[in-house]
Structure formats: structure tokens, C-alpha cells
Write a protein that binds this ligand. Structure first.
Ligand SMILES: *Cc1c(COP(=O)(O)O)cnc(C)c1O
Length: 364
């Protein structure tokens, strides 16, 4: 039996009739950009994330960048980002003219809050905690540091829709949160889409303007902005999926529980932060023979992937920062040992049993 890493088709099959109608509806209404579907999504998602303002936009990279700009982060500023994350987190900082300052990770693959203060300078303006793999960062500690030093906090929630810490939803700790609805994310569109969330009305107004050519009302350009709007088809897709996200999240958590209980043998299973609702965008195991394990899984038809193969500051695009091996020991160790194994809501017990069996047969 082959087991795919993710199976977006399985989910589509389970909602096909409703989805096809919704997409046809967008074409019938010619509500292609922003419009009624995007508005409905903004209202629904605001309820889901428990924030007053949601601004739908084109993707989760734009949403990070627009929020930084809207908070006044720009040239000469520094922004704290984790050493282990997807490139967008760093790219957004550079895109507004600021400099990313990388901080190593903790035992939960998220930014090590205890190391943030040692990286602060007079130029530091903001922190971007990333709830990596669906696990919340240590937000109480991060907010304490931010308040003490007068820093803004933008939560990168691209992998963590619905995650909570001590019963509190992510994206409600910091000044604002950024979501991606890339198809493979926990809540995924059928193309690129993103969302910005906040309780700060001024920040919401500025972010909305930036994302729509600096307009407030038609042809009233208060500033130069850009074009980063959600298209109607993506909004309609998300409107069909939104009422199901809690159920799909519970299924991810149940699947992780099954791995946690039944996967024995030559891998380390992920640690969950006390008090966290980890929503398992990815289920990441560790092995000292990771490359061998990866080949073994692939040759047995089990999908797997590495998120990510190197700490971001060690990638070629950040060579200008001059980091050396050893600067981020935890992230470096993680990148040598991590492997993401199949995780999606529709994963069956038979599929998980097969993944477990193949891992247990590995002689590394
Ligand atoms: C996916 C992702 C993004 C960017 O989202 P896009 O919609 O692909 O632009 C940003 N940050 C993290 C951590 C991500 O995983």
C-alpha cells in the first residue's frame, strides 16, 4: 500500500457537490476579485480566529509584508525571526527594507524565547514568532519581552489555523496575525490566498488600504499601495471549507495521537508544549539516520518530506549576514534529523498502520 504525504483529492471528493456549486456561483455572479465571497469569508474567519478585523489578501507572504509595513516597520529596522521557518518569514522583513535577525529554536521547533533579548538592539522594531508545524510558540513569554522593550508582535500563523495555548487562540496574543491559505495548509484554497487578522482598527484600515492600491473607496488613493486581493473563487472555496475546519483539525489531532501511541522504534516523536493545542500541519519525527530513513520510506511508497533542510540564515540568500555553522545549534541539529511523515485529516488507520510498519522495519 502506498501512502501519500498529503491527499488533497480525498478532501475534495468529500465535499465535491457543494464545492462545484460554490465555484460555479462565483462565475455566475462574476464576483472575481474581492466582492461578496471575500467579504463573507472575512466575516466567517473573524469569528473563527476571534478577532475583530480580517483582511483577505492574495497569499500568506504578502500578508506578512503588508502587516509589517502597516505597523511602520521599514528601512533601518531589525525584526526578530526564528532560524527554522519557511522563507516567507524572512522575505517579508527584507521586502519592507528591514533586516531579519535570526534566533535559534527551542525543543518544540519554535523560536527560543529565552534567546530573544540577547539579539535586541536599538533598531529592533518587531518580533515574528512562527507557530511552526502547527505548534504555538511560547507566546506569554514573547509578549512579556515585547512589552518590556516596546516591540510589535506579528504572529506567523500560516501553519497553525486553530492552534491554542492555554485555551487562547494563536493570532490573539500579538498585535496581529498572518495566515496562508495555500492549498496544502490546514485551511487551504484552490490557489494562492492569505489573510491578515487584528483587533487594532487603525492597523486593519492601513493594511486594507495597502492591499488595495492605497484606496479608501474607489479612486480615493490615500497612499501608494499594491495589488494583493483575494480572488472570488478562492474565497468561495474557503467559505465551503471553513465550517469544516474544526472537524478536520480534530482529525489531524486524532491521527497524531494514533502515531504517538503506536509508533515505536527508531524515531523520536514530536514534543508538545504543555498547554498547547498542536494542530499538526506537519507530523515531524527525528532520526539520526534521517537520510536513510527517508529513502527507506520512499522506496516503500510512503510520502515524506523535510521541513526544512537547512536553517534559513544558512541558506544562500542570507549569506550577506555572515552566519557560521554553530550559530544556531538547535536549528542545525533539527535540520539534520527531521522528517515529516504523512499527516492529513483523511488519513486512514490502515494507512497509518502501514507508515508505522515501514518505519519500524527500518534498520538505520
Ligand atoms: C506557507 C507559509 C507562508 C507563506 O504563505 P504563502 O501563502 O505560500 O505565501 C509564510 N510562513 C510560513 C511559516 C508558511 O508555512
Amino acid at each position: 500500500m502506498n501512502v501519500p504525504f498529503v491527499d488533497l483529492k480525498a478532501q475534495y471528493q468529500s465535499i465535491k457537490a457543494e464545492m462545484d456549486l460554490a465555484i460555479q456561483g462565483v462565475i455566475d455572479n462574476t464576483a472575481f476579485i474581492s466582492g461578496q465571497h471575500a467579504k463573507a469569508f472575512e466575516a466567517g474567519f473573524a469569528q473563527y480566529v476571534r478577532r475583530d478585523h480580517v483582511i483577505a489578501c492574495a497569499n500568506g507572504t504578502d500578508s506578512l509584508e503588508i502587516l509589517l509595513q502597516a505597523m511602520g516597520v521599514g528601512p533601518g529596522d531589525e525584526v526578530i525571526v526564528p532560524a527554522l521557518t519557511w522563507i516567507s518569514t524572512g522575505e517579508a522583513v527584507t521586502a519592507v527594507g528591514a533586516t531579519p535577525v535570526f534566533v535559534d529554536i527551542d525543543d518544540y521547533f519554535t523560536i527560543d524565547a529565552d534567546q530573544i533579548e540577547s539579539k535586541l538592539t536599538a533598531q529592533t522594531k518587531a518580533i515574528i514568532p512562527v507557530h511552526l508545524y502547527g505548534q504555538p510558540c511560547d507566546m506569554p513569554r514573547i509578549m512579556e519581552i515585547a512589552q518590556k522593550h516596546g516591540l510589535k508582535v506579528l504572529e506567523d500563523c500560516a501553519q497553525a489555523h486553530g492552534a491554542e495555548l492555554n485555551g487562547q487562540r494563536i493570532a490573539t496574543f500579538g498585535n496581529c496575525g498572518s495566515f496562508s491559505f495555500y492549498p496544502g495548509k490546514n485551511l487551504g484554497a484552490y490557489g494562492d490566498a492569505g489573510g491578515m487578522v487584528t483587533n487594532d482598527a487603525d492597523l486593519a484600515r492601513t493594511a486594507r488600504m495597502i492591499a488595495n492600491h492605497g484606496q479608501e473607496g474607489k479612486h480615493n488613493h490615500i497612499m501608494e499601495g499594491r495589488n494583493s486581493r483575494m480572488d472570488g473563487i478562492q474565497a468561495a472555496v474557503l467559505n465551503v471549507k471553513l465550517p469544516r475546519i474544526e472537524n478536520w483539525t480534530d482529525l489531524r489531532i486524532a491521527n497524531a495521537g494514533y502515531y504517538q501511541a503506536n509508533l515505536q522504534g527508531p524515531v523520536t516523536k514530536p514534543r508538545v508544549r504543555p498547554g498547547a493545542r498542536h494542530v499538526y500541519h506537519l507530523y515531524v519525527v527525528q532520526s539520526d539516520s534521517r537520510d536513510g530513513l527517508k529513502s527507506h520510506l520512499e522506496s516503500n511508497g510512503i510520502g515524506c518530506a523535510i521541513h526544512y533542510p537547512a536553517p534559513l540564515p544558512h541558506m544562500a540568500c542570507y549569506s550577506r549576514l555572515g552566519h557560521q555553522p554553530g550559530d544556531f545549534p538547535m536549528a542545525e541539529k533539527a535540520c539534520d534529523t527531521i522528517l515529516s511523515i504523512p499527516m492529513f485529516p483523511e488519513l486512514t488507520q490502515a494507512q497509518m498502520d502501514r507508515v508505522i510498519e515501514v518505519i519500524q522495519n527500518f534498520e538505520g
